[in-house]
Design a protein around this ligand. Sequence first.
Ligand SMILES: Cc1cc2nc3c(=O)[nH]c(=O)nc-3n(C[C@H](O)[C@H](O)[C@H](O)COP(=O)(O)OP(=O)(O)OC[C@H]3O[C@@H](n4cnc5c(N)ncnc54)[C@H](O)[C@@H]3O)c2cc1C
Length: 502
Amino acid sequence: MNVGDGGAARMIEAPDIVLVGSGIMSATLGVMLKQLDPRLRIQMFEVTPELAREASDGWNNAGTGHAGICEISYTPERDQHGGVPIGRALKIFEQFEHSKQFWGSAAAGGVVGAPEDFIHAVPHICFAQGEENVEFLQARHAAMAAHHFFGGMELTCDPAVMHKWAPLVMEGRAAGPVAATVGAGTEVDYGLLARRLCEWLAGQEGCGIAAGWKVTGLERVLERWSVKVQCQTTGEKRKLETRFVFVGAGGGSLQILQSTGLAEIAGLAGFPIGGEWLVCDEPSICARHDAKVYGAPPPSSPSLGAGHFDVRRLNGRRQLFFGPFASWTTRFLKHTGRLSDLPLSVRAGNLSALLRTAARNQSLVRYLVAEGFQSIEDRLRAVRAFYPNARSEHWRLVEAGIRVQAIKKADRGALYFGTEVFASADRSIAALLGASPGASVSVNVALETIQTCLPHLLADAECLERMRRMIPTFDHDLKQSANAALFEKTSREAEERLHLNH
Ligand SMILES: Cc1cc2nc3c(=O)[nH]c(=O)nc-3n(C[C@H](O)[C@H](O)[C@H](O)COP(=O)(O)OP(=O)(O)OC[C@H]3O[C@@H](n4cnc5c(N)ncnc54)[C@H](O)[C@@H]3O)c2cc1C
């Protein structure tokens, strides 16, 4: 395998493409590109000695296969007729279908090993308490179940049925109106998946991965990018040239983009939000919860304040996670970030956007500071909203990953909670900004990067056929009712390939 760390870096001559970072975004794009055009020479750089240990690592994110089934944040409001608009949930569901299709074809083609190592079928439950929330969930269910994506979604207001779906959520609960919906969802170990994709890429002719090498800057030299890299163990510096760069450096992407001096970057800023989990390893408790349970965010907290109660399967062990609890940080990366990351990212061009963001999001800042001061008992109170009988001795606090929210000048101080592909005006560099729905839509991020920056790779019938083998419906709109049968067929095929048994 062409993965090298430190002095033994695997660097190839004259790469066509440089990928910065080995997380799920770069790993997915690298494999998609190599499968589209096997002649491409691809070089990946990863600053840490191991691959995909930042946000994509299983312990750093929640592992939800975001498909809009249980996340109220994708359907937060009612329209003027009292209905719940579901457009965002439909979009995320369709993007996650693309992910399942791509992973399914990768599993069938021997690219990622056994799918049960990284993806599991898990019920996605949306739980509501109190009259108003129950009514909202009923309206949400009515809107969603009418669409072929969510036809199998069930609703109940019966505590006995809910007890069957999620016993720990109902035991010890005070009487009062409750409701829940359940749909067929997934849990994904994005870190393991990214490492498998990287391993495949590293084994291909003309591809190399240099772990322990940091990309320290990018400079435009005529029609090419000069990529400056430094070995993190020996301090050795090198430069190499390439036609196209994808910055998939997670929280580190902004700093790399700023090194380019591109005019398009000027108003761009980042706002980091740290995270923590409460984790339960007690086997007798873990055995009794097999779902991801989301609910409404607590009053006056942003959508990212909505903790959820999840079964996880990491390193072959079953555990329960509650969180993430957001926290205040100025670092952009968990492993290699510095406290100076946020202050050093301030430029004349993004200062006004940052100041406006601080002014407009004071409640978010207050929320983050307050979360940081929470005791373990305070945090357990949040757990008990989902699991009333939770006992402190069964839970431990674990650091999660860092989400760097994108701030753009044009947004007039709005924090961007989505995931967005940035492309330079000349399409020679692309980057992934934002944090959520994140890893779940990594396949769409790769697809969009290719469509925007490397469209020649989809130019003829043979190329389109290769893309269709990876993502059969990439150029169809599965949301249309006319495509309901196509959706059923491709979804079933992908789930069979991924051994998902709902
Ligand atoms: C608390 C939390 C919960 C989340 N929950 C979910 C969820 O349930 N579902 C979901 O789909 N998504 C979730 N996400 C989002 C998801 O984890 C991210 O969107 C996704 O992992 C980002 O992948 P990436 O490849 O862009 O970044 P990363 O995985 O962070 O990878 C970037 C890589 O680049 C490397 N790097 C950085 N700088 C440099 C440099 N200068 N040179 C070389 N290498 C560099 C880093 O070391 C890292 O390995 C969550 C995130 C967090 C933090």
